[in-house]
Write a protein that binds this ligand. Structure first.
Ligand code: GLC
Length: 552
């Protein structure tokens, strides 16, 4: 099936065909939407599905291929939707199932795929399954959750030393009525499901089918590596009691992922999965792709968390080349999401954030953008009075500003969280009018990517570069011959970079995209400014992707 050419995409760029070996998600750019923060349509101060629908023109203009929606399911909102009380519905705060269907239809009409969040490790404590499970030790659903006694020798103490990710406290809560502890890797309102019970596994498969039947194109799977646990639930080493999420890595999870994959494969259309495998080790993460029969993709959090330095990013590239590429595991790249400070905030300057966008969108693998990063947003400053998240992640969840007015395209000026800094100049409408904006840079990068088979599918070869500089070539030879060169200057000084690659005929390179917009279309001078990155193409190459000058 040819990829639909979404309205607003550069018409000179041919659609890229997908095939079984080259499925759509390998050349997609995915855009994460945190529904609470994207756009409000009804004036309650919280974003909703109708708000998302009203902003699809932005996504089409930008040129993304898929959206990932963070949870919009019924939830008491103890963890803002990651505590699900009904896997097969829409919380009234966000709209209705009809709104969801309409959103999917609108997206599909524009050639945009829809990925939804699936939270398999835990439910809300208000999910009917848990309500039933905690009702009595004899409940038929008792074993659907992880219930344990205190250790025989220490009455009153939790079953092991695990601590919850947040808030501070044990990963166990005592249930007075039935006299046992239940496990929760996150808040006490998020009891862990017991995937050792086959009924849980089958009920959770049905929740996947519910959304697959409604036409979703895939799932982002929340802390999915934790659905298998060592049945002994052993103590963690002293000092690492909080590491249950990053230490949980057991064989049985892989059987469960294969079974999940089979459910996805029951459906036509290359439905996909991307796992939040929070193991901070590309070597371990690679095992979660199985032999092409587990996850389609996994996030790579060691890269997301790494410093802004050539050494750190050289290591990230080399780890992927060592552990993922040889086993055919397709890499992913993300710099920001709803759980971490935005990379514009972490890296400390707009110039760096621009260079980082170049990196993100030219590496080999599927890039995930987090709504608002294309505007160069920094985190909101959250006072103690504004704080609502038990995990302290409010700053990166500030509402996205759509225009310079006081309501910024939302209904109200005051919403569930304060605006990010400079909302009246970094808003989408103002940036769309300014070709020098961060927003336009993202669009040029997306256009360049879509127009270059080398960038979308080609190999990545890292080349020698001066200290503080990362240099890599993207190249494909069949079915078409295409190449690009990317140079990122992480340093605070100008860098002079030779672009004659070893063993190659000298090539004259021209600047296709520059992170600061300078010199685009010119022959590359060999000099990069501090924190500048460039995407180069052979100067003689007059192929189809030269133009990026679409309407503003
Ligand atoms: C994941 C989500 C995060 C949530 C947690 C518990 O890490 O990204 O937002 O709090 O899982 O579901």
């Amino acid at each position: 099936m040819p990829r639909a050419n979404a309205a607003g995409h550069d018409a000179s760029v041919p659609a890229t065909p997908s095939s079984a070996h080259d499925p759509w998600w390998r050349h997609a750019v995915v855009y994460q939407i945190y529904p609470r923060s994207f756009c409000d349509s009804d004036g309650d101060g919280v974003g909703d599905l109708a708000g998302i629908r009203s902003r699809l023109d932005h996504l089409t203009w930008l040129g993304v291929d898929a959206i990932w929606l963070s949870p919009f399911f019924p939830s008491p909102m103890a963890d803002f939707g990651y505590d699900v009380s009904d896997y097969c519905g829409v919380d009234p705060l966000f709209g209705t199932l009809a709104d969801f269907d309409a959103l999917v239809a609108d997206c599909h009409e524009r050639g945009i795929k829809v990925i939804v969040d699936w939270v398999p490790n835990h439910t809300s404590d208000e999910h009917p399954w848990f309500v039933e499970s905690r009702s009595s030790r004899e409940s038929p659903r008792r074993e659907w959750y992880v219930w344990r006694d205190s250790p025989a020798d220490v009455p009153g103490r939790p079953p092991n030393n695990w601590l919850a990710q947040f808030p501070d406290g044990p990963a166990w809560t005592w249930d007075e009525a039935t006299g046992q502890w239940y496990l929760h890797l996150f808040t006490p309102q998020q009891p862990d499901l017991n995937w050792d019970d086959p009924e849980v596994e089958s009920a959770m498969h049905d929740t996947l089918r519910f959304w697959l039947d409604r036409g979703v194109d895939g799932f982002r799977m929340d802390v999915v590596h934790t659905i298998g646990k060592d049945p002994e639930l052993p103590n963690l080493p002293t000092g690492r009691e909080r590491d249950a999420v990053i230490a949980n890595d057991v064989a049985v999870t892989h059987d469960r992922l294969r079974a999940i994959r089979k459910v996805l494969d029951e459906y036509p259309g290359q439905r996909t999965s991307v796992g939040e495998v929070y193991l901070l080790s590309p070597e371990r993460i690679a095992t979660y792709y199985g032999r092409g029969d587990e996850l389609h993709m996994s996030f790579n959090f060691s890269a997301l968390w790494s410093r802004w330095s050539a050494e750190a990013w050289t290591r990230n590239l080399d780890e992927v080349a060592t552990h993922l590429d040889p086993v055919g595991a397709w890499p992913t790249w993300a710099l920001s999401n709803h759980d971490v400070p935005r990379h514009r905030t972490r890296y400390g300057s707009e110039a760096r954030a621009r260079a980082a966008a170049m990196l993100l969108l030219t590496l080999r693998g599927t890039p995930f953008l987090y709504a608002g990063e294309e505007l160069g947003l920094t985190d909101a400053e959250i006072t103690a009075a504004d704080q609502v998240d038990p995990g302290g992640r409010d700053g990166c969840r500030a509402p996205v500003p759509w225009d310079p007015s006081t309501t910024h395209g939302w209904v109200r000026a005051d919403n569930w969280l304060p605006w990010p800094p400079d909302a009246a100049t970094l808003d989408a409408a103002s940036q769309r009018r300014d070709p020098a904006s961060v927003l336009h840079l993202y669009r040029r990068l997306l256009t360049a990517r879509r127009g270059s088979p080398a960038l979308m599918q080609g190999a990545l070869g890292r080349r020698l570069a001066p200290d503080g500089v990362l240099l890599y070539e993207r190249r494909i030879v069949a079915p078409v011959n295409d190449r690009r060169l990317v140079i990122v200057n992480f340093g605070d000084n100008a860098a002079h970079v030779a672009t004659d690659l070893e063993g190659d005929e000298p090539v004259r390179w021209s600047v296709e995209v520059s992170s600061d917009g300078s010199g685009e279309g010119d022959v590359f001078s060999g000099t990069l400014e501090p924190s500048q990155a460039v995407l180069l193409r052979p100067a003689a190459d007059t192929g189809h992707s030269t133009g990026h000058s679409g309407p503003t």
